[in-house]
Design a protein around this ligand. Structure first.
Ligand SMILES: Cc1cc2nc3c(=O)[nH]c(=O)nc-3n(C[C@H](O)[C@H](O)[C@H](O)COP(=O)(O)O)c2cc1C
Length: 205
């Protein structure tokens, strides 16, 4: 059965950039798309769902050059207990930094998972400046890359796509520093506080 399921692996799935990317994908892809967030408690339900579809699209952010832990736990659950049928796995990944290639390692991890567990790997779209691009005039670049990604899955001509904002690193750092400083200010957090390893008063390392 030709059916695509999108699974959001962002830890902040309901409010995530990944959700926004998934919405763009759904709008391009047409009717037969179902969307679910990956949570701690729905692994069995998602296993049943992906066992009946032709394609699964994993949409998630880059975390510490790798996969978010919630997604890793879901993949571990699939490894222990595989679904009834194995769909083609495609990946839509976004990262905060400007360079889309920051995502390469995480994509390799997904390819390794697929190879080891008998899933065909489909298409991939790597998005750089993923926290920002949709709220800038460059959002059309992200939409275009996702449209091409969706088309490749529909036509079963799996391929790799990428995009980012066409800015110099210097300009990107300047713009993002201004953005995060004023964001911190809104919540009473100074630039100095943002530079520490403390989260809400607790030291993290
Ligand atoms: C804990 C954490 C780790 C992150 N690690 C990276 C990283 O290694 N490289 C990068 O470019 N962005 C990194 N980011 C930025 C996210 O990938 C980026 O903000 C993304 O848009 C979040 O997507 P989401 O809203 O779908 O979760 C990190 C963000 C967080 C919160």
């Amino acid at each position: 059965m030709e059916k695509t399921i999108i699974l959001n692996g962002s830890p902040r799935a309901p409010k995530s950039n990944s959700k926004r990317y998934a919405e763009i994908f759904s709008a391009c892809h047409g009717a037969d798309v179902e969307y679910y967030n990956i949570t701690r408690t729905n692994h069995d339900e998602l296993r049943r769902k992906i066992g009946t579809c032709s394609d699964v699209v994993l949409v998630f952010p880059l975390y510490a050059d790798a996969l978010p832990v919630g997604l890793l736990n879901f993949l571990k659950a699939l490894e222990l207990e595989p679904p009834a049928g194995k769909p083609v796995v495609s990946v839509m990944i976004n990262c905060g930094f400007l360079e889309y290639r920051q995502n390469d390692l995480a994509v390799r991890m997904m390819k390794f998972f697929c190879k080891r567990n008998g899933y065909a790997f489909g298409s991939v779209v790597e998005i750089g400046s993923g926290e920002a691009i949709l709220d800038t005039p460059f959002r059309f670049l992200a939409k275009r890359a996702i449209r091409d990604f969706s088309r490749s899955i529909r036509n079963r001509k799996y391929a790799a796509f990428h995009t980012t904002m066409p800015l110099t690193k210097r300009l990107f750092i300047l713009a993002s520093t201004l953005y995060w400083s004023s964001y911190g200010k809104k919540y009473g957090v100074t630039r100095e506080e943002m530079r520490t390893m403390r989260i809400e008063g607790e030291k993290t390392v």
